[in-house]
Design a protein around this ligand. Structure first.
Ligand SMILES: Nc1ncnc2c1ncn2[C@@H]1O[C@H](COP(=O)(O)OP(=O)(O)OP(=O)(O)O)[C@@H](O)[C@H]1O
Ligand SMILES: C[C@H](N)[C@H](N)CCCCCC(=O)O
Ligand SMILES: [Mg+2]
Length: 254
């Protein structure tokens, strides 16, 4: 059965895309074929680089774009199978980006939860693991009906990967995110640091201990995560650093 990982975060800009790339690198290195799905990509023009394109670039892979009509077959060795549910220009939450770009009709035309699930199902037929990168944090609305990233993770039966920050403010954001996830039945998950600074201070070390405690208390696996700057060091560095991450995040079910 295909494993679905849903990568969310305690906030936008916490490193979900870099963690997604690291997971893809490590899973591929273990011989697993992987696809990446971004249900709602906002803040990017039609010709711009979406998060799925960033993952491919970070890994030095060619993009094989999956279309709903099912044009793409299984990806080749140097290809990454990717798909987006919808792409919107304004750098905002999905529903608001749609409203700004095209008014109520654009918001109503956003993919439904069932359409996202069907798209992931199509990808699942082609690969071993589908990694879904949400928009912003766990409770951001993806659909005009008010269904969130959490609802999508539940509908997919996904393992949740919560990416968090090591800096001040993270303890409250992380506790809220994990509490909301557990309340919705998302009990299978991992907590991951998106970016660990090269010069950590007492605050970072204290937060590291507290974050590990929060993960354990929530029944989530805990992964130290990625070093700051790793995203720019090339596919080999990303892959090497991701081995432990992938073991923690996907090991139990991969
Ligand atoms: N470990 C890392 N190494 C290098 N750069 C990083 C790392 N983590 C985060 N960044 C940088 O921080 C910024 C935000 O990271 P990223 O795009 O992964 O966040 P995100 O959570 O995916 O944001 P969004 O909500 O927009 O999808 C990017 O410029 C990214 O390159
Ligand atoms: C545009 C940005 N990079 C994200 N993809 C969208 C983040 C939505 C966050 C909404 C919020 O929590 O306020
Ligand atoms: Mg991202």
């Amino acid at each position: 059965m295909t494993l679905v990982l849903c990568v969310t975060g305690t906030d936008t800009d916490v490193g979900k895309t870099v963690v997604t790339a690291a997971l893809v690198a490590a899973l591929r290195a273990h011989g697993r074929s992987v696809a990446v799905y971004k249900p709602t990509q906002t803040g990017v023009s039609a010709a711009g680089e979406g998060d799925v394109d960033t993952v491919a670039r970070l890994l030095g892979l060619r993009v094989l774009r999956h279309r709903p009509s099912g044009v793409a077959g299984p990806p080749g060795e140097d290809e990454l199978l990717v798909a987006e549910g919808v792409r919107l220009g304004p750098p905002m939450a999905p529903v608001d980006a749609a409203l700004l770009e095209g008014g109520q009709s654009a918001a109503s035309a956003l993919p439904t939860l069932a359409q996202h699930v069907a798209r992931v199902g199509q990808l699942s037929a082609l690969v071993d693991v589908v990694v879904v990168e949400g928009a912003g944090g766990l409770l951001v609305d993806l659909t005009v009906a008010g269904e969130t990233v959490a609802d999508l993770a539940v509908a997919l039966g996904a393992r949740l990967v919560v990416v968090t920050r090591p800096a001040l403010g993270t303890l409250n954001h992380t506790a809220l995110t994990l509490e909301a996830a557990l309340r919705r039945g998302l009990t299978d998950g991992a907590l991951v640091l998106g970016s660990w600074p090269p010069d950590p201070g007492p605050l970072h070390h204290a937060n590291l201990t507290r974050l590990a405690e929060l993960a354990t208390r929530s029944g989530y696996a805990w992964a130290y995560g990625l070093q700051e700057g790793l995203g720019g060091r090339g596919p080999a560095a990303l892959q090497a650093a991701a081995v432990q991450l992938a073991h923690v995040v996907a090991g139990q079910r991969a």
